[in-house]
Each structure stands twice: as structure tokens, then as C-alpha cells.
Ligand binder design. Structure first.
Ligand code: ZN
Ligand code: ZN
Length: 652
């Protein structure tokens, strides 16, 4: 599917999102190099890590769980969204979706390439709620045990290593346009075609490469066993362990002609290609890459440890490209058996490894060709035409202003970044926008809200939030002549509707502690010159809203502290606010673009922050209007109604 995209520059942007795993980096770099080589200045490639920080470990952790549980599809999707909260003591999913959103905003790519299903879900969220632009998605499946997770991912193209995996995905995932079994995209250095051929002509002595990653004693004993065999020479690579290197050299000084000991090797691919058989612990190097050189492998101590290691072992067994062995004796026995009868076994391993190698050879090239093709085909359109329903007023002169003072950004459970919100409202000619992300007292997080941790602001997040708003405030004015009011929605949620209140503070200058009582919060908001607004103060008729009646039940008490009461909130109207002649306002409680279809406020006043606030306080020359624009018709979203609030975009 081709979505219209941001670009009208001619240059296409490819964004590669990695998730902190080693394999991601290898493949990402290889792809970047090839794409840049092929496309020259027509394509810009950016590699960004979105798994950094806390999320880093989280993606790996999810991968492991996927393997163990074998959960699929929808179940997996829900599970990824919930994962990390509580279990890891942090909210990984909100972090990931925020990071992905910001990275996309910065790069505005035509094509996004990604290697982890959780990143695919974060991208899906962006596409679902895209306001102005889209991008093509290419998922590359690098880990077999992540396969079930990819069921839930929507993409234009999914790239997998082999036909078996491709078949499985085509059956289980109807959301993907195309699944390609294109081979495992290893770094080009590993697979020069002529080298694979040469791998077939092993001549005695048999050259064994031992990538040492074991304890000293085990390495000693393994080498002893290997050197007992005839017709074998060994290269041991110890990496950065200088002590071990010296130690082995000394211990085997009598076998100098048959044993070389190296430290850190820069061109490991070349080193592997100079041997007939590689011995390694899974995880030391990508076994995919060993196989891509056409050399067989013996995996040491593979049965132990993580799912990932076990999967690597299964790969070697399944493809018949080598063997597993645990003790030094076992290793030696396996090799001896392979060398019997003039090395029939070793030749067979080699034949199969070369088969794998041919499959991988050129895979990264083919993948980069496909990405390039997709990037070039990506539609470029002009920016969305501006829709100005309301003439831009000037300071010092009264005008009719359309304002929306109840909106949520990605700082809490909204879908758009602040920048996107400013563009979204600014292009439509709004005169003032209040961003009011949810703020909760961490100590009071209870019940339903606890599931949303990370989707709400807490006191610690406020400095960042205010800083980001201050930056956008300038841009909103210079670019769109739109006033941006920094605000907050104080969520004081009790166990019942009567015990719950949502209070908006508009035009705030600095953080306010959510742990304060509602009265104190009102006083602080006013002390900063801000407006106090009771959000959705009466029974809501929509399926979504959870009633918040605390302020309504204490009307007399709060009347002097509240500047206006929401008479309209998104689709809902609260008649009693009008009947009681309370000062009113209406807002969209915006979480995503389709919420643009909702109640708004029209003011007749000067386009100036103080004038706007004064107009609302006095509550004269105020009216409400139901707004629907030509792009967001507000059709019912069946998926939303089914989904859990957290997944569907928010608490009100
Ligand atoms: Zn609310
Ligand atoms: Zn809200």
C-alpha cells in the first residue's frame, strides 16, 4: 500500500530502527552501506537505536519470553503492550512508543526498516493515527524465536530467512502485504561467492578455528584433545584475554607448528574463511555468519543458557552444518568421527554449510534492492492544504477565535508529539491550543490507572514537559500565529465516580505537585495566572468515559475556585452545566487525530493569552461548536471500542 508521504524534496529517506541487539547493528550497517552505495544522493539512510536505555534489555527479554511461551498474534500484541510494567519495574512500552514517535518526527522517512516485532507495533500505532503522512514498513525477521511475535505486526514487506518461516507468516499474519523468503542478510564481507566455492576444497591438514570463550581449564583440555588428533592444525582466538593468550602459548609451546594463538582478530570473516571448521560457543559470534562463509561449525556448551542459544543450536542441527558437543572429550570425538574415512563427515557438513551460504549470499543485497525500490516508489505529495475556518485575528483587535484547551500529547497517553499537535492544529487555523497531559500522584496510582503507568506524567517528568512546551510555544506563534498554553490535567482518581475528579490547569508557568489537595491545586493554578477548569464534570454518555463527579457533588464548595466547567467534552454534552448557568467551555479531550471531530469553544476577544483567559473567566462572548473537518469524518472505530482503554488511546 502506498501512503502519501511528507516528502516533496526528491530525496527519499530510509530510517533503520534497531533494537539494541547485536544482530540488528550488523544488518543495519550492512544495509546502510549498500543503500548509500547504490542510490548515491537520491536516498538518505539513517540508523537509529530505539532500544537504548531501559528499553534495551526489554526487547531482549520479550524475545526470550516469546520463545518460551509461544504466544501468537493478538495475544502477543496485548502482551507486548503490557509487558515491562511491573515485571521490570518500568514502563517499557510507553518509552518505546515515545522514542519511535520522536525519531519518526525527526526523520520523516519514506521507508522504515525494523528488526523487532515490538518496534513494528509502535510503528503501527503511528500509522493508525497518522495525521498528515505515512511511510512504508519493511520488517526483517532476524531471530527465529521471535517469529510468533511477527504475527501481530503490520508491514508492507516482511523479509525472512527461509521458505518455512515465510509460509508460517503468510498463514498466520493477514496484515502483511508480502512475505519474502530472501535469505539471512549477513554482512557482505562474509559471503564472497568465489570464497564459498573454495570452501569445498579442504586439503589436509584440516584447519580448525577455535574461538575460545570458555574457562581456562576447559580451553586447555579442549586444545589437548584436539592436538592429539593427527592431520589437524588449530588456530585459537582468545579475543581480549591477553592473560589466557600468554598462558596457552606457554602451555603448548611444544606444538608450535600445529597451534597458533591469536588475541583480538579484526577481520574475523577472513579468519573463518581460512579454516575448514569453526568451533565456538553460541553467542560468541553470529552462527548465521559462520554458515554464510560456507564453513561448518561445532557449537560448544550450546544446550545450556538462553533460548536464543538453544535456537542457534537447533539451527546447526536442522541445517546439518555441524554438531553440538559439550565436554572437551565429546568435542574431540565429534571431530574424529567427521574425519573418518578420509573426512566424509566433514565434507558433508561443508556441503550443507555451502548450501546455507549460497542462500545467504547476496541476501543483504537483494534486501537493499527491495528497500530502494520501495523508497523510490513512495508517493510524494504536497503538504496538506491549509484550512482556515477562522480568520487570523490580530492582537489589539477583537476577533472570533476557535480554541481547544483540552488535549493530550505523547507525553501522556495521546498519540501525537507536541510538534505534530502544533502542526495539526496550526494548519487548521486554530487560534489557541491548550495541551493538558495527564498528571498523577505516583503514590496514588491505583486500580485502572496503575496499568497506565508511563502513559501519565508524574512530578518528575514535569521539567521536561514544560521545557518541550516552551519550545513549541514559540514555533506555534511564529509559524501559525497560534497561542500554545502549557497545561495539565490533574487526575485525582478514587475507586468510585464520586471520589474522582479531573481538573485542568491552563497556561501554567511551572510544575505543580499533584499530591496536593484539589483546592490547593486550584489556588496554585490561579497563583500562576492560569485557568481552572472542571473536566467532564457530569455523567458521560459515551461508552468510554469513566465518570468523575467529585467536583460536581461539591459544586458550592468549588464554585469560587473553578473558572469554567466543561459543558462539552469530545462527543459528550453535559446539560446540567448549562441549566445551572455555570461558566462553561468545551474541548475535544484530544488523544488522536480522529478526536478532532468534537466540541470546541469559540471566543470573541483579542488574540492574546490574557484576553483569552479573561474572556473565559468572565464567560461572556463564549459559545461552543461541534467541529468536523474534511479529513477526519469521525467514523466509528470498531477496533477502538473493542480494545482496552490503554491500547485505544486513553483515559479522558
Ligand atoms: Zn479526564
Ligand atoms: Zn483529558
Amino acid at each position: 500500500m502506498l501512503y502519501p508521504t511528507y516528502s516533496h524534496r526528491g530525496v527519499k529517506d530510509v530510517l533503520i530502527l534497531t533494537g539494541g541487539q547485536e544482530e540488528h547493528h550488523y544488518v543495519a550497517r550492512a544495509l546502510r552501506d549498500l543503500l548509500e552505495e547504490e542510490a548515491g544522493s537520491d536516498v538518505r539512510v539513517e540508523v537509529r537505536e530505539v532500544g537504548r536505555g531501559g528499553v534495551d534489555g526489554w526487547l531482549g527479554w520479550i524475545t526470550e519470553r516469546m520463545g518460551r511461551r509461544g504466544a501468537r498474534g493478538e495475544k502477543m500484541q496485548k502482551w507486548i503492550r503490557r509487558a515491562g510494567i511491573g515485571t521490570l519495574g518500568r514502563s517499557a512500552w510507553p518509552q518505546l512508543r515515545r522514542l519511535v514517535a520522536l525519531t519518526l518526527e525527526e526523520n520523516r522517512p519514506e521507508v522504515v526498516v525494523f528488526f523487532h516485532p515490538a518496534i513494528g507495533l509502535a510503528l503501527q500505532e503511528r500509522v493508525q493515527d497518522r495525521s498528515e503522512a505515512g511511510f512504508q514498513r519493511v520488517g526483517v525477521v532476524l531471530e527465529a524465536e521471535e517469529l510468533p511475535g511477527w504475527d501481530a505486526v503490520t508491514a508492507d514487506l516482511l523479509w525472512v530467512a527461509d521458505e518455512g518461516a515465510a509460509k508460517e507468516l503468510r498463514e498466520k499474519n493477514p496484515r502483511v502485504q508480502e512475505v519474502v523468503a530472501g535469505g539471512w542478510p549477513v554482512r557482505p564481507g562474509f559471503v564472497p561467492a568465489e570464497e564459498i566455492k573454495r570452501a569445498g576444497k579442504a586439503r589436509p591438514p584440516v584447519k580448525i578455528l577455535y574461538l575460545v570463550n570458555s574457562r581456562r581449564r576447559k580451553a586447555h583440555r579442549t586444545l589437548e584433545h584436539l592436538l592429539e588428533m593427527e592431520g589437524v592444525v588449530v588456530t585459537a582466538v582468545v579475543g581480549k584475554e591477553e592473560g589466557l593468550r600468554a598462558d596457552l602459548r606457554k602451555a603448548f609451546s611444544g606444538a608450535k607448528e600445529r597451534l597458533e594463538v591469536h588475541g583480538w582478530v579484526k577481520d574475523l570473516a577472513a579468519m573463518i574463511r581460512a579454516h575448514d571448521l569453526v568451533m565456538t560457543k553460541p553467542g560468541t559470534i553470529s552462527v548465521r555468519e559462520i554458515l554464510a562463509t560456507g564453513r561448518p561449525a561445532i557449537l560448544v556448551e550450546g544446550g545450556k543458557g538462553s533460548e536464543k542459544r538453544k535456537e542457534v543450536c537447533r539451527l546447526v542441527i536442522r541445517t546439518g552444518c555441524g554438531a553440538l558437543a559439550d565436554s572437551p572429550r565429546e568435542i574431540a570425538e565429534r571431530i574424529k568421527a567427521a574425519l573418518e574415512g578420509g573426512g566424509v563427515g566433514l565434507r558433508e557438513w561443508g556441503r550443507r554449510a555451502r548450501k546455507e551460504a549460497h542462500r545467504s549470499a547476496g541476501a543483504v543485497g537483494r534486501l537493499s534492492d527491495r528497500i530502494l525500490q520501495i523508497a523510490k516508489a513512495a508517493n510524494s505529495i504536497e503538504r496538506v492544504p491549509e484550512l482556515r475556518l477562522v480568520p487570523n485575528g490580530h492582537s489589539g483587535r477583537k476577533g472570533l477565535l476557535m480554541v481547544d484547551l483540552h488535549t493530550h500529547s505523547i507525553f501522556s497517553d495521546g498519540r501525537l508529539t507536541l510538534r505534530e499537535m502544533v502542526d495539526f492544529y496550526g494548519r487548521r487555523g486554530f487560534d489557541a491550543l491548550g495541551v493538558t497531559d495527564h498528571l498523577v500522584d505516583r503514590r496514588r496510582l491505583l486500580g485502572r490507572l496503575a496499568n497506565l503507568s508511563g502513559l501519565v506524567l508524574t512530578l518528575e517528568d514535569l521539567p521536561d514537559y514544560f521545557h518541550a512546551l516552551a519550545e513549541e510555544k514559540n514555533r506555534a506563534w511564529t509559524r501559525y500565529r497560534m497561542i500554545l498554553f502549557p497545561g495539565l490535567e490533574f487526575n485525582h482518581d478514587g475507586l468510585t465516580a464520586k471520589g474522582s475528579a479531573h481538573l485542568l490547569g491552563i497556561d501554567l508557568q511551572s510544575p505543580i505537585d499533584p499530591a496536593l489537595s484539589l483546592k490547593e491545586i486550584c489556588l496554585q493554578i490561579r497563583g500562576q495566572g492560569g485557568l481552572t477548569i472542571a473536566a467532564h464534570p457530569h455523567h458521560m454518555s459515551s461508552a468510554w468515559g469513566k465518570d468523575t463527579l467529585y467536583l460536581w457533588d461539591r459544586q458550592e464548595e468549588f464554585r469560587p475556585l473553578i473558572d469554567a466547567w466543561e459543558i462539552g467534552n469530545r462527543d459528550d454534552l453535559f446539560n446540567p452545566v448549562g441549566l445551572k448557568r455555570l461558566p462553561f467551555i468545551a474541548g475535544s479531550d484530544f488523544h488522536k487525530p480522529k478526536h478532532l471531530t468534537s466540541w470546541k469553544t469559540l471566543l470573541w476577544c483579542e488574540k492574546d493569552p490574557e484576553a483569552i483567559k479573561e474572556c473565559i473567566r468572565k464567560n461572556r462572548d463564549v459559545s461552543i461548536t461541534l467541529y468536523r473537518d474534511h479529513r477526519f469524518g469521525g467514523e466509528a472505530d470498531a477496533e477502538d471500542r473493542k480494545a482496552a482503554p490503554a491500547a485505544a488511546g486513553g483515559i479522558r
